[in-house]
Design a protein around this ligand. Structure first.
Ligand code: SF4
Ligand code: SF4
Length: 375
């Protein structure tokens, strides 16, 4: 069975070289110079961190990657899409505020931040998914699709619905516009909460299917016979009056994320970096970050997002669990069938293996990897 190369460096440093220097050496060894960056736009897909969360990646890591791309002649920018849920990153204005608050400014990283799906999260491109079985098209933030090259710079952590948050999730879920995120998270069509709707009619401007009308009470109503479930109205409504509660199963969610990732990377140079530090049990979308479940491990890089993710998963599951974390709580309350699989232990209602298996099935990459250590 074929395997992909994954390059790894641990968190140790020598006097005179910081971890940032090691990161640069790692990505060079892993082959980033093989990509022709000259005069090309390079989207560095990152998560700026929900304010209050302290586990997200420091901007210092992003500067190293951006500087390397600039040295290779490219035009990098940092990017993410708006969130579906209510928070501090659900439109471009508050999202940029959150990024600045967390230290992602052109002064610290040397590059601009672009919210890829625009002000309301409605600026997207429908991208066909080759081999997709759950989705036929992916709704991807326009700026990410406008780029020539995609680089994932990811903070690896646990995730309550997908088991882990790795390169695949950073790209797949993270590059989805608000409509794309609804597509991944939900199987149904949205409804309007009449108590929140103020009848402003802004949502109708974003509905290409004439599915929204207004009754005598001047509140929006969605005709599900006309609605195609694109989710644009969810992003359009600044009152958060539109939502979809028909959630995908965690298995379907994992598979849809994989398919969205394939839509983003197919046909374009792509490269993946995952920093395995502050491994919090939950996503950086949380406005808090619980104690790390394992000690900091290192940084992984390579051209195959599936191999990079599998290498990170294996490293986390092989590391000793930290008792002063959620792992310690769980060990006190019940005996684990398999204490080595920390990710399944903390998120037993989902199975991270689904993501890897579906990624292999549709040709995104392989979970077989050769780990090459960079000292
Ligand atoms: S945009 Fe929101 S508040 Fe305005 S009419 Fe539509 S659902 Fe109601
Ligand atoms: S989800 Fe339905 S109602 Fe909302 S914009 Fe799309 S088609 Fe229109």
């Amino acid at each position: 069975m074929s395997s992909s190369k994954v390059y790894f460096t641990n968190m140790r440093t020598r006097v005179g070289e910081s971890l940032l220097g090691k990161l640069d050496r790692l990505i060079v060894k892993a082959g980033i110079k093989e990509i022709d960056f000259k005069q090309k736009y390079a989207a560095i897909k990152i998560h700026f961190g929900e304010p209050g969360n302290l586990a997200f990646l420091r901007p210092n890591f992003a500067k190293v990657v951006a500087d390397r791309i600039k040295a290779l002649g490219g035009m990098p920018f940092l990017t993410d899409c708006n969130t579906l849920y209510v928070g501090r990153r659900n439109n471009a204005l508050v999202h940029m505020d959150a990024a600045f608050e967390n230290g992602y400014t052109p002064f610290s990283t040397g590059v601009q931040n672009i919210i890829a799906d625009g002000l309301r999260g409605t600026d997207d491109v429908d991208v066909p998914i080759k081999g997709g079985t759950y989705c036929k098209v992916a709704h991807i933030g326009r700026a990410i699709m406008d780029a020539d090259i995609v680089i994932s710079l990811n903070h690896f952590k646990g995730h309550e619905m997908t088991g882990f948050g790795g390169a695949i999730k950073n790209i797949g879920m993270g590059s989805g516009s608000r409509a794309g995120k609804m597509d991944m998270h939900n199987d149904g069509k949205p409804e309007v909460d009449k108590s929140a709707c103020i009848g402003c009619k802004i949502c109708t401007r974003f509905c290409n299917h004439g599915a929204i009308s207004f009754g005598a009470d001047k509140k929006a109503v969605i005709d599900h016979k006309k609605c195609v479930g694109c989710g644009r109205c969810i992003g359009a409504c600044s009152k958060n009056a539109v939502s979809n509660n028909a959630g995908s199963s965690n298995e379907a969610l994992n598979c849809k994320i994989v398919e969205y990732t394939k839509a983003v990377v197919d046909g374009r140079p792509n490269f993946h970096i995952s920093v395995v530090n502050n491994v919090s049990p939950y996503c950086d979308c949380h406005g808090e970050s619980d104690a790390p479940i394992v000690p900091d491990i290192g940084i992984f890089a390579g051209f195959d997002p599936v191999a990079v993710d599998k290498a990170c998963i294996d490293a986390v599951n092989a590391a000793p669990g930290i008792a002063a974390s959620i792992l310690g709580d769980r060990e006190h309350t019940h005996k684990l069938p398999n204490g080595e699989d920390h990710l399944t232990d903390i998120h037993p209602t989902t199975d991270w293996r689904t993501q890897i298996a579906h990624a292999e099935k549709i040709g995104l990459g392989t979970g077989n990897y050769e780990l090459i250590t960079v000292k």
